[in-house]
Ligand binder design. Structure first.
Ligand SMILES: [Zn+2]
Length: 376
């Protein structure tokens, strides 16, 4: 344990990196996958079960929590860690992305964003200063700068204007965050898929100085090839001695491709959301448990997986509880999916440390290409 936030890069293999982020609330092994606990819960999971899957850190959503139950209420109740019974690190987003995608009647100005709650229509303001205040009230360990992100495709003028606004907001976020030992503030690189704007953004952020750097504005509909093409140059523009975080990614093969390109942290709702819609991620790709082929299948979802869903239950059972809309369906599939994502991260950390990432990656793709096991 340490009282400060530090990052030790322990090994690299090509562009891929492994290391440890030290925080007062515990270590985060990188590359790290962060399950998303949107409304102070990873849906369908007890926090001790999330920890059992191997997660070192969770993500919480500022936008959702500020509206309900409110950051002030969470602060009065001892902060987000105590409120949701999770004592390991928590990263909170700034609310900027979700206010643009979820809120009603948004109005964007230099000062910030005014909007109406999608829950009850109440009026709110988010600005760099208010976002820093909310994330402090929540007690977040890793705080994200308040930024703005245009949906892609967008024209170059719109991307540049938005990126420069985000860089001014990054400075205001830095000023409002102040000096908080043991807590980190991450800057967010913007600039769409444009190399020159990504460079301009990286320079602006590095000049301000942050504890970590996120690649923002990707995974917003541009497709995997375009995202990887951008990461090929965008990641390396960010300081090598700080954690690099790719926001909102992704599917297993997106995650592997991002790690290959030098990303240290990622988050996505996919393993939990898909778990609730009957999709299981396995070494052999995606299994749709609702398909009739599983109805009489006594085999586990993945015979090599050590999660409780695979150790103790058959495909036939998972199929039945999904069809019957029993709550345990989402619970078991979410547990399996989070376990699988964490297993990939662990395998990549080991492979990078042992300088065999390329071989591991070929095996990962070869196994997925085989597809699901044949029906009985
Ligand atoms: Zn499993």
């Amino acid at each position: 344990m340490t009282a400060r936030f530090t990052f030790d890069l322990t090994a690299t293999d090509g562009m891929a990196r492994t290391g440890v982020i030290h925080t007062p609330r515990g270590d985060i092994r990188t590359p790290a996958f962060m399950p998303v606990g949107t409304a102070a819960t990873v849906k369908a999971m007890m926090p001790e079960s999330v920890a059992a899957t191997g997660a070192d850190i969770l993500l919480g959503n500022t936008y959702h929590l500020m509206l309900r139950p409110t950051a002030e209420r969470i602060a009065r109740l001892g902060g987000l860690h105590r409120f949701m019974n999770w004592d390991k690190p928590i990263l909170t987003d700034s609310g900027g992305f979700q206010v643009m995608s979820l809120a009603d009647l948004r109005k964007l100005t230099e000062a910030g964003v005014t909007f109406k709650s999608h829950i009850d229509g109440s009026k709110h303001v988010l600005s760099p200063e208010r976002s820093m205040e909310i994330q402090k009230l929540l007690g977040s360990d890793i705080v994200m700068c308040f930024d703005e992100c245009p949906a892609l495709p967008a024209d170059r003028d719109r991307i540049a204007e938005s990126m420069r606004l985000s860089m001014r907001w990054a400075q205001r976020s830095r000023d409002a965050f102040g000096d908080r030992p043991g807590h980190a503030l991450f800057g967010i690189q913007q600039g769409g898929l444009e190399r020159d704007f990504r460079e301009e953004s990286a320079k602006a952020l590095t000049r301000i100085g942050f504890d970590g750097y996120a690649v923002g504005g990707l995974a917003v509909g541009e497709g995997q090839a375009a995202m990887f093409g951008c990461l090929d140059f965008a990641t390396d523009m960010l300081p090598r001695d700080k954690p690099r975080y790719l926001m909102g990614v992704g599917k297993p093969d997106d995650i592997v491709g991002a790690v290959k390109r030098g990303i240290d942290m990622m988050d996505c709702v996919l393993p939990s959301r898909s778990g609730r819609t009957g999709q299981g991620f396995t070494r052999h790709g995606v299994v749709n448990i609702k398909n009739a082929r599983h109805a009489d299948d006594p085999r586990p979802l993945d015979e090599a997986c050590t999660c409780p869903a695979c150790r103790n239950y058959s495909r036939a059972y998972l199929h039945h509880v999904f069809r019957a809309q029993e709550m345990i369906s989402g619970m078991l599939l979410t547990w399996h999916n989070l376990h699988y994502f964490q297993q990939i991260m662990g395998e990549m950390r080991d492979a990078i440390a042992q300088n065999r990432f390329a071989a591991w990656e070929s095996g990962f793709h070869a196994m997925r290409a085989e597809g699901d096991i044949a029906p009985l």
